[in-house]
Design a protein around this ligand. Structure first.
Ligand SMILES: Cc1ncc(COP(=O)(O)O)c(C=O)c1O
Length: 424
């Protein structure tokens, strides 16, 4: 048996306060936000920051249109209306995601249809898509989960064959690439979150919508601002005050936009440092029997929003479930000072909102569109298996570097070397 575990009274592998939090705020970020405060025309800043961010993110993505908004969910909702989704339409969504992907579909009175995941990449299993396509299906929403690009060639091909739209959920994958193409640039529209924890962070809430299609852009713009047409560059007092359809208030705020613009200048650098940290973890953790490190398909360049670790008790002849091993190791790792934990607890369709078809109330959108879609609890075995056998390392972001990653590796070696005692 090696060194005593922190959970049993030994010394922590990661000293107290050693981990640096995300987002990492520089003097330049602080100045960018202060400039908004210091400006003579603080209201004017609303337009300046929004237009500046729209231009810079569209340039980064290599797309024609971007609209900064107040959340990733809003950006996905706008993507759905932008591509023409209407009440009662079905949209195919992976069962493993943050449920906001599906909430955006419900927000438009449309109906999410869930698919199980590819257990290697944790993204939508493209082999299952065609079986779920019905006359009502109008779109597929691949989610680039944990910074891992979904199987986009297959998704785009199926969409083309069945005349479906593709909306990319890029909440967790800013800067990730699939066959050298940026995630978010391949479908008909995309929604990105800039919520505090994300790889492009506002420090609070926020989101970005993008598309290459003028009509999609125009429809999304209507939804973003009360259903009104807002002419870019024109003052509010010169606008028409005429609603052309139902809209929401999804506009982002100027302070977080100034912060995002400053963070965007370091996105690629931050991504490359995070990738270096995660590659280091993979190199060393893959040597530890009983652990499973992320699989990266050749065509994918993930950005590791979080680092995902799997548990394989059978590999080390342990007669416990992956979940038991995971829970015990995770607890011991936390005591070692490693910020490890869980994310989703259930496949999205197993959540109450779908099991009880709560939605808008009175059974809508399902009842009001005579939907026959069912959310059977046993339909997503790979998602359940994934959730039960994996854990996350959260603090892999810069400025945390290889020194901290080295401590994580040592902590794993220590904990996995003490399993006899830990599992007693
Ligand atoms: C995969 C995924 N989709 C959508 C969202 C929604 O983004 P937001 O919280 O900015 O609305 C999130 C946010 O965590 C997410 O992780």
């Amino acid at each position: 048996m090696s060194e005593q575990l922190a959970i049993h009274g030994g010394k922590r592998s990661v000293p107290e306060s050693f981990v640096k939090p995300w987002p990492y705020v520089t003097t330049a970020d602080q100045q960018a936000v202060m400039e908004v405060f210091k400006s003579d025309g603080i209201i004017e800043q609303q337009r300046i920051q929004s237009e500046g961010l729209a231009k810079e993110w569209a340039e980064y993505m290599g797309v024609k249109y971007c609209i900064p908004v107040n959340s990733g969910t809003a950006a996905l909702h706008m993507s759905l209306t932008g591509v023409g989704i209407e009440p009662g339409d079905e949209v195919i969504v992976p069962a493993f995601t943050f449920w906001a992907s599906a909430a955006a579909v419900l927000h438009h009175n449309a109906i999410p249809v869930f698919l199980d995941i590819d257990p290697e990449t944790y993204c939508i299993d493209s082999d299952l898509i065609e079986a779920k396509i019905s006359e009502r299906t109008k779109a597929i929403m691949p989610v680039h989960i944990h910074g891992m690009p979904a199987d986009m060639d297959a998704v785009l091909e199926i969409a083309k064959k069945h005349n479906l739209k593709v909306i990319e959920d890029v909440a967790q994958a800013h800067g990730a690439r699939y066959k050298e193409r940026l995630c978010g640039s391949m479908g008909d529209a995309a929604g990105y979150s800039t919520q505090a924890s994300k790889t492009l962070s506002s420090g609070c809430q926020g989101g970005l919508f993008t598309t290459n299609d003028e009509i999609v852009y125009e429809r999304a713009s209507l939804l973003q601002y009360f259903g009104e047409i807002i002419v870019p560059g024109q003052e509010r007092e010169d606008q028409k005050y005429n609603a052309y359809g139902l809209g929401w208030m999804y506009r982002g705020d100027m302070f977080s936009q100034a912060f995002i613009r400053s963070q965007l200048k370091r996105l690629d650098k931050n991504n490359s440092l995070r990738i270096r940290n995660c590659n280091f973890l993979t190199e060393h953790l893959s040597q530890i029997r009983g652990l499973k490190t992320p699989y990266v398909p050749n065509e994918c360049e993930p950005v590791y929003y979080n680092y995902v670790v799997g548990f394989k008790p059978e590999e080390i002849d342990l007669n416990v479930s992956p979940r038991t091993l995971r829970d015990k190791v995770q607890k011991a790792m936390k005591a070692e000072g490693v910020s490890m934990g869980l994310w989703q607890r259930l496949p999205v369709p197993k959540q109450e909102v779908f099991q009880n078809r709560i939605g808008y109330g009175k059974g809508c959108p399902w009842k009001c569109h005579d939907s026959i879609i069912e959310y059977k609890k046993d339909d997503y075995p790979k998602t359940v298996e994934f959730i039960d056998s994996h854990s996350y390392i959260f603090d892999v972001n810069p400025p945390n570097d290889l020194e901290l990653m080295g401590m994580y590796v040592e902590a794993f070696q220590k904990v996995m070397g003490n399993l006899d005692r830990l599992l007693k």
